[in-house]
Design a protein around this ligand. Structure first.
Ligand code: FEO
Length: 391
């Protein structure tokens, strides 16, 4: 990829990773991703903002072939998909100073063994001049690591936001063309890594609102020429509002839990509750994370395996606990053969979820009429709790 012009002073550099399908050996990337870096030139100084994943170092270095001088290399975030090529860039530009937050400094030294004397830390709100252009550094901790920050170029109204507002979406589009597609990719990214930090993110959104942002340039996915689109989406995701939705992750081994799930889904839908069922044997966990962003209620469906829940349910419950979604209610349904502690074990797995628990429905063997009646009653309780929530 060649570098792409944003305006006469700013360019998009970096690489599109069309084929990457997993991030952190955990997060599915159905649409690939990109590692965006940016070059900003003033009349006196040149700044490179972030680098790329080390697997794409050759792409960035080729884009820099005609750039004789980099004075500042800004590291918004120490995670290696953005920082991993910093050592090579510092080697190419021996006069460049690496700029980062105070927390970023220690992390970059730990992760990349960067010499301390190459690093200058900046405080929140600190400004550097490039000559006719300035960069203001805005500390945005916990998006999604403790050292994260953004840069704001006030003369052009550009916010360089790194992971913040990013989307794992490989595309040749410089700017967002199809908001619906990018909305899904950005929500997936928010759900997978930022949802636990929504209180911090809410404060960062207030800070950004006080800048005249005309363009948001993230480090994954296309740029937002209409920043209101993604700012509004984030405001919605980080709010404490929940929607009239139930997330229903489940596993069924021999059909009993599946029969319970089918009955419960129908009973909820009859009561105008939206349901997101996920068969954990087949689902993309990113989709489950997305559904958890807005839902009011989580109901886990599990068979009993060696007294406890199915291992796939362990995994999903652990994930839901780590993501700390803004759920209000939770319950468990499922089936067992001879004895079960599935409910107790699942409850132990989700201490972070500040939810009111609704009566579980656990049956022995295939569900009987009384079990279906209990599921109908559970749907009735959920619908009553959800009354007044928006869809
Ligand atoms: Fe795109 Fe947190 O790295």
């Amino acid at each position: 990829m060649q570098k792409r012009i944003i305006n006469e002073h700013a360019w998009l550099l970096g690489a599109v990773d069309w084929n990457r399908r997993l991030f952190d050996a955990l997060i599915p990337l159905p649409d690939g991703t990109s590692y965006n870096a940016y070059l900003v030139q003033g009349t006196e100084k040149t700044a490179l903002l972030d680098t790329v994943d080390p697997s794409k170092a050759d792409v960035l270095l080729a884009q820099l072939a005609n750039v004789d001088k980099v004075d500042y290399l800004v590291a918004h975030h120490a995670e290696q998909d953005h920082s991993g090529t910093i050592p090579l860039v510092l080697q190419r530009y021996p006069g460049a100073t690496l700029i980062t937050s105070p927390k970023g400094k220690g992390m970059l030294i730990d992760l990349l063994r960067i010499p301390e004397e190459r690093i200058r830390t900046v405080t929140n709100g600190e400004i550097i001049s490039l000559g006719g252009k300035t960069l203001e550094f805005i500390h945005t901790p916990w998006v999604h690591w403790p050292e994260t920050m953004c840069s704001y170029l006030p003369e052009d109204g550009i916010l360089f936001s790194c992971d913040f507002f990013g989307s794992h979406f490989a595309t040749t589009d410089l700017y967002v063309q199809n908001q619906a597609i990018v909305y899904e990719a950005a929500k997936r990214y928010y759900a997978e890594i930022m949802m636990p930090f929504r209180t911090s993110i809410r404060k960062h959104l207030d800070v950004i609102k006080n800048r005249a942002v005309k363009l948001i340039a993230p480090s994954h996915g296309p740029l937002y020429a209409e920043p209101e689109f993604i700012l509004k989406a984030y405001a919605d995701w980080v709010s404490e509002e929940v929607k009239n939705e139930v997330v229903l992750p489940y596993v069924s081994m021999h059909g009993s839990t599946e029969a319970m799930i089918r009955h419960l889904v129908d009973a909820l839908v009859e009561r105008d509750v939206k349901v997101h069922p996920f068969d954990l044997a087949a689902t993309d966990l990113g989709k489950l994370a997305i559904a958890l962003v807005d839902a009011a209620t989580l109901i886990v469906g599990t068979p009993t395996v060696h007294v406890g829940p199915h291992p796939a349910v362990f995994h999903a419950a652990h994930l839901a606990n780590a993501l700390r979604p803004k759920l209000r209610w939770a319950s468990i349904i499922g089936s067992y053969g001879w004895s079960s502690q599935a409910v107790e074990r699942i409850v132990e797995l989700i201490p972070n979820l500040k939810v009111e628990t609704l009566n579980p429905v656990i049956c022995q063997g295939a569900p009987r009429e009384k079990d279906f009646q209990a599921l109908t009653a559970l749907a009735e309780v959920v619908a009553a709790k959800h009354r007044g929530l928006s869809n």
